[in-house]
Write a protein that binds this ligand. Structure first.
Ligand SMILES: [Zn+2]
Length: 157
């Protein structure tokens, strides 16, 4: 696999039960863009790992972005960039050597099928990986400003 400039800031490491994860080599202060999304692959099928941008439109991340693990207590959230793709943005300070995670519910309104129990290991683990529609109200509030905006449109439709 050809490594992009962005991916040089990260490396794949063992993440215990979850297989491999994406770990950063750098410090990112809260609010900083950790990984920049590109409108490379637009797909019409919803599955875990794609990010919803329309009713039947999803962006598939490329490179290491596609390998970032879910956590029920993530250190990153999602923001739309000027291309319309989704960046991963630090929700809190992230230290060098930390695994980058986000909550899959931040990018998919519904996750119809997730093969196994959630293995994130967080004390806030919900047990299963669901979509935005499954999130409790306090989690939604905590994620405010860090989710795909299209999900909020669906809430209001
Ligand atoms: Zn979990």
């Amino acid at each position: 696999m050809e490594v992009s400039e962005q991916d040089k800031n990260f490396e794949l490491q063992d993440s215990g039960d979850r297989g491999s994860g994406v770990f950063t080599k750098n410090f990112y202060g809260k609010g900083r863009v950790v990984m920049t999304g590109v409108m490379d692959k637009i797909v019409s099928i919803n599955h875990v790992g794609v990010s919803q941008i329309g009713e039947h439109e999803y962006v598939a991340p490329v490179g290491f972005m596609a390998l970032v693990n879910h956590s029920c207590n993530p250190n990153c959230g999602i923001k739309v960039n000027e291309t319309g793709a989704h960046d991963y943005v630090a929700m809190r300070d992230i230290e060098p050597g930390e695994e980058v995670t986000f909550d899959y519910a931040m990018q998919n309104y519904k996750i119809g099928y997730f093969p196994s129990r959630c293995l994130c290991g967080s004390s806030e683990c919900r047990g299963t990986v669901g979509g935005w529609v499954d999130l409790p109200k306090d989690k939604r509030q905590h994620y405010e400003g860090y989710v795909a905006p299209y999900l909020l449109e669906l809430d209001n439709s």
